[in-house]
Ligand binder design. Structure first.
Ligand code: UDP
Length: 242
């Protein structure tokens, strides 16, 4: 695979969506486990402030993709070729389409009670034949973890999608990856909420105009503080570069 580029010290693989899906499928077929992170500006900023999280994204994840207009802009601003944005929600959809086509199984872990099940129903209507072999909500205690891991492994899932929000989902995946049998491990933030109709994704024209962040802020003003990471990210890239 191509060498990763560096955005504020975080390695990011500048692949297209197609290349990302192919890479993940090849590794799955080779029985190799791949921990995927779709790194948006917020995640790259979290890496600046949380050394443990930075280590997960920079050293433990085998595939880190440029999610969001900010990450793509930063890569290009720093002089790299970044072919396109590989958003977590879009990659999740492409992997479900692949699973439906080839008979791979998925497990949905995370979200409020009932949300993963609603996301499963939506996946089955969007991708007929897709097998979501199990679901579990994302509100659990440490004591529940062995049973959750057992349910994931017993389901025979090839792909594990974890929606606990960043950085919790990546920290959970790293902590348990040695016990997890699925070959693809991926954190997907609020993607089940989008499938369950609890959260809307920005219209295509806004995504294309790099305005997805504005839509999110409009829909969830409570994210304002968190979203201050975006202008900070832009300034940090401009002033401190690679
Ligand atoms: N969530 C969860 N368990 C937790 C915390 C969060 O299942 O302990 C879920 C929450 O219900 C939501 C998702 O994680 O579905 C986080 O979504 P958000 O949009 O905040 O994630 P981001 O895409 O910003 O990482």
């Amino acid at each position: 695979m191509q060498e990763p580029i560096k955005i504020l010290g975080v390695p990011v693989h500048p692949l297209t969506m197609r290349q990302s899906v192919d890479f993940l499928e090849q590794r799955m077929l080779a029985r190799e486990q791949t921990f995927v992170v779709t790194a948006n500006a917020e995640i790259i900023m979290m890496c600046q402030e949380d050394a443990g999280y930075n280590k997960i994204v920079s050293q433990e994840a085998e595939l880190v993709l440029p999610d969001g207009a900010g990450a793509v802009w930063a890569g290009r601003y720093l002089g790299y070729q970044v072919p396109e944005r590989v958003a977590g929600f879009d990659l999740f959809n492409h992997l479900l389409a692949l699973a439906a086509k080839k008979g791979y199984k998925a497990f949905f872990f995370g979200g409020s009670p009932g949300v993963a099940e609603a996301a499963k129903a939506k996946s089955e209507s969007l991708y007929p034949g897709v097998q979501v072999a199990g679901c579990h909500n994302g509100y659990f205690t440490e004591a529940d973890e062995p049973a959750i891991i057992e349910a994931i492994n017993a389901s025979g899932a090839d792909m594990l999608f974890v929606a606990l929000g960043a950085p919790k989902q990546e920290k959970w995946l790293l902590q348990h990856r040695a016990q997890l049998r699925p070959r693809i491990l991926m954190g997907i933030g609020g993607s089940f909420d989008v499938f369950a109709g609890k959260m809307e994704r920005a219209p295509k024209w806004m995504q294309d105009a790099s305005l997805e962040w504005a839509f999110r802020l409009y829909k969830q003003p409570s994210r304002f503080i968190r979203m201050l990471a975006l202008p900070k990210f832009v300034l940090k890239v401009i002033f401190s570069g690679k």
